[in-house]
Design a protein around this ligand. Structure first.
Ligand SMILES: Cc1cc2nc3c(=O)[nH]c(=O)nc-3n(C[C@H](O)[C@H](O)[C@H](O)COP(=O)(O)OP(=O)(O)OC[C@H]3O[C@@H](n4cnc5c(N)ncnc54)[C@H](O)[C@@H]3O)c2cc1C
Length: 495
């Protein structure tokens, strides 16, 4: 590959992109000293990688890997706080599992006043886009994945975040205790992104593991990851008929809200029993579905997508691993077969589904848990039960421990919560790295509580603020004392 790196982009589009980035930086004030990004030819030069000269595509203050709930929040907040920021996402939409994985809706943290400003803003923006996220009965946030990802595009653009889509982080360059660059596979080939601070929000701790940060995976007692799911959406559903059958005729009171906010849960959902149990058990008895297909199924209406439900299934047996590439790949085909079996069964037997069809399948498998870093602070199950508080807390949550197949805890008493400390976002090994989202430093069991989307967003929000703060104050990311940042600049202050 030659020294000049050329992305086929029209001059008009390029000027627009460059202008947008410049406006973002000028409006907020860059932290300083970085080269201007050029899409049509890197001005930041090249680096030698594996014996090849590869272009440096960006040289910035903050590089965020992974555009899920945590990474998008991190990038937006870093940029809003004056850091020239790049966000790398391997898909073509921001939102991670919430969008690419069809994971819906935002669960309620169950903690009082847990919404950090960013989370509150996302909810407000949904409403501004015509999606009312609250049903007035349940506490979950019903959204719309297509609108959510549009909102993320808008927020990134307004903040001046440079988003690189269809770009995969494949390696890192580490010098001493510092991560100096990450190597990415772009649509045009390999390139490097240099940054002063990196945020790993890949969900799989990919950047951290590549940089040599210690990590764990799966449950220490069994070695298993949490089960994967292959979520999908079904369209053509007569939601009124479904509601009539499930809520009125069967008198299922699982979902207290009414259409357009409505959800069903199947029969054998862990230890609970639902009114659809007979229906699913009949399918197992007749051989139309398997026990594993019957065991976990939940479906939610999607606001703004009439007749469409988000299917929280199939749950793929744990013999398929979220951390083994061969096993993971086999899980795709296995899960797709399960998806079709479940869909066909519902179409044949569940009132309201007569004309339904699979309208969308997830663009990534749903990994609840894969790899987690071992950071400066390690959260454990007892932090949940003891409702731990930390001076350097970045958010609070109280979602119950939901380690499918291993442990499902009781909810904390009303008003109870635990906090997540900044120390769980950083590791000793790499000084300019912050980790956000479901791969922070937490045990398998505790992670099963903190992994919900609003909590991941709040963690990302804090990571972005901290990254920009550290650069302004010349403090290494893993040495930042979150509680020493002025309270008005923090997204969360422990009481
Ligand atoms: C089946 C299932 C059901 C769930 N149900 C709910 C629910 O109902 N409500 C709720 O609130 N939460 C739910 N969760 C949990 C929640 O969705 C996730 O824990 C949360 O999305 C994690 O956010 P994240 O930002 O850490 O990572 P992710 O959402 O996993 O995002 C990571 C992003 O990084 C990108 N990425 C990864 N590696 C690379 C790389 N090398 N280079 C570039 N990009 C990369 C991915 O494409 C992705 O966009 C569920 C999870 C699953 C799996």
């Amino acid at each position: 590959m030659g020294k000049s790196f050329s992305i086929p982009i029209s001059r008009r589009d390029f000027m627009k992109m460059a202008g947008m980035a410049a406006i973002g930086v000028l409006a907020e004030g860059a932290i300083g000293g970085t080269d201007t990004v050029s899409a049509a030819g890197s001005k930041a030069g090249t680096i030698n990688y594996g014996g090849k000269e590869i272009p440096v595509l960006f040289s910035v203050d903050v590089c965020v890997a992974g555009g899920g709930p945590s990474g998008t929040a991190a990038a937006i907040m870093a940029a809003r706080n004056g850091a020239k920021t790049v966000l790398i996402e391997r898909g073509v939409a921001l939102g991670g599992l919430a969008v690419l994985g069809c994971v819906y809706p935002f669960m309620d943290t169950h903690a009082p006043d847990s919404d950090t400003p960013y989370v509150a803003e996302v909810k407000k923006r949904l409403r501004q886009h015509g999606i009312e996220p609250f049903d007035g009965v349940t506490q979950q946030t019903w959204h719309n994945p297509e609108t959510l990802t549009l909102i993320y595009d808008e927020m990134c653009s307004e903040a001046g975040v440079n988003v690189l889509f269809q770009t995969v982080v494949v390696d890192t360059v580490v010098e001493g205790q510092k991560l100096t660059a990450c190597i990415v596979q772009t649509i045009a080939g390999l390139a490097a992104i240099q940054a002063k601070t990196f945020i790993d929000s890949t969900g799989d701790a990919y950047l951290s593991r590549s940089a040599g940060v210690p990590y764990e995976r799966g449950y220490e007692k069994t070695g298993n990851n949490q089960p994967l799911s292959f979520r999908f959406e079904m369209g053509g559903i007569d939601v009124g008929r479904l509601y009539q059958h499930v809520a009125v005729e069967l008198q299922e009171d699982w979902c207290k809200s009414k259409p357009p906010y409505f959800e069903i849960a199947e029969a054998m959902h862990r230890k609970q029993r639902y009114k659809l149990e007979d229906l699913m058990a009949k399918g197992v008895a007749s051989g139309e579905i398997t026990q594993e297909e019957a065991e976990y199924m939940q479906a939610y209406t999607i606001i703004g997508k009439n007749g469409v439900m988000s299917m929280n299934c199939p749950e793929i047996p744990v013999k398929f691993s979220a951390t083994d590439p061969v096993s993971y790949s086999k899980a795709v085909a296995y899960g797709r077969r399960m998806m079709h079996n479940i869909a066909s069964y519902l179409i044949r037997h569940l009132p309201g589904f007569e004309k339904a069809f699979i309208s969308r399948e997830a663009a990534m498998l749903g990994a609840r848990e894969s790899w987690r870093i071992r950071g400066k602070h390690y959260l454990v199950e007892d932090d949940y039960h003891s409702q731990s508080r930390f001076a350097d807390a970045v958010c609070r949550t109280a979602w119950f421990i939901d380690a499918h197949g291993e442990k499902v805890s009781e909810k904390l008493p009303k008003g109870g919560y635990y906090e997540i400390p900044y120390g769980a976002l950083v590791a000793e090994k790499i000084e300019n790295l912050i980790v956000a989202g479901r791969c922070i430093s937490a045990s398998f069991i505790l992670q099963a509580s903190m992994r919900i989307q609003p909590t991941c967003m709040s963690i990302g929000e804090a990571a972005g603020i901290a990254a920009a703060w550290g650069l302004k104050k010349h403090i290494a990311a893993n040495a930042i004392a979150w509680d020493k940042i002025p309270p008005e600049k923090r997204s969360y202050v422990s009481k």
